[in-house]
Design a protein around this ligand. Structure first.
Ligand SMILES: [Fe+2]
Length: 233
């Protein structure tokens, strides 16, 4: 999708779709599936993930679907930094990697296309028509203090779109970067409906934080061509 095509549908940061997942039955069913810590760094935070679409269709730990993809790509070239704290050398090689490496040579969302058993839980039946288009997707489970710092997940031309939702909007915040007179400020999204899936503008910098326990989030990437085939609104 070109920039104009992307923003023709991303008319707000979080655009409600017609899809709704019952939070109570989802939370009950999700509790039977295996969750692993998100990524290899900052594992002191309570950020857990269970893959819905990964590279094998089976559960394994660690799973590259359950980590930041910039980190996964970096560790392919610099495995010595796995699980290591940030040092000057670590940061230097990180910056060098992204300066030297073409995104076309990286593992991206479309490298993940195999559905895991978790995608078959009956509480996810409302998204059946989305499943053929799903790329790298997870259930995130955050407890108090779990967060993602400000980042982006997409760019144009966009090959994927992202859907997002949470079972517990009263226990977390999602903020997007907005311009005001002085510069950029982070502004909280209000009126998020529990269980609703939203088209999420992940080109715009955003950050999230859980301030209660047991906050599930739907972390879904889909081939952008799906918008030509199905009406998600
Ligand atoms: Fe994100």
């Amino acid at each position: 999708m070109t920039y104009d095509e992307y923003y023709a549908v991303h008319t707000q940061n979080l655009r409600p779709t017609k899809y709704w997942i019952d939070p109570a039955s989802f939370a009950l069913q999700a509790s039977f599936f295996p969750f692993q810590k998100w990524g290899d760094t900052h594992t002191e935070f309570e950020r857990w993930a269970c893959p819905l679409v990964n590279q094998t269709g089976t559960f394994q730990t660690p799973d590259e679907a359950c980590a930041p993809l910039d980190r996964i790509n970096f560790l392919k070239k610099y495995p010595q930094y796995e699980g290591k704290v940030w040092t000057d050398a670590h940061k230097f090689d990180w910056d060098l990697y992204f300066k030297e490496t073409n995104p076309d040579d990286m593992i991206l969302e479309d490298s993940f296309q195999m559905k895991t058993p978790a995608l078959s839980m009956t509480s996810l039946d409302p998204i059946d028509e989305l499943k053929p288009f799903m790329l790298r997707s997870c259930i995130l489970l955050w407890h108090y203090g779990g967060h993602f710092k400000k980042h982006i997940d997409n760019w144009t031309p966009a090959q994927w779109i992202r859907l997002w939702g949470t079972t517990k909007p009263s226990g977390m915040v999602l903020r997007y970067e907005e311009k005001d007179g002085q510069g950029e400020v982070m502004v909280e999204e209000k009126n998020i409906e529990a269980g609703r899936l939203y088209l999420h503008d992940s080109i715009k910098p955003h950050e999230a934080l859980a301030y209660q326990d047991d906050v599930y989030q739907f972390f879904i990437a889909m081939d952008s061509k799906c918008l030509e085939k199905i009406d998600i609104f």
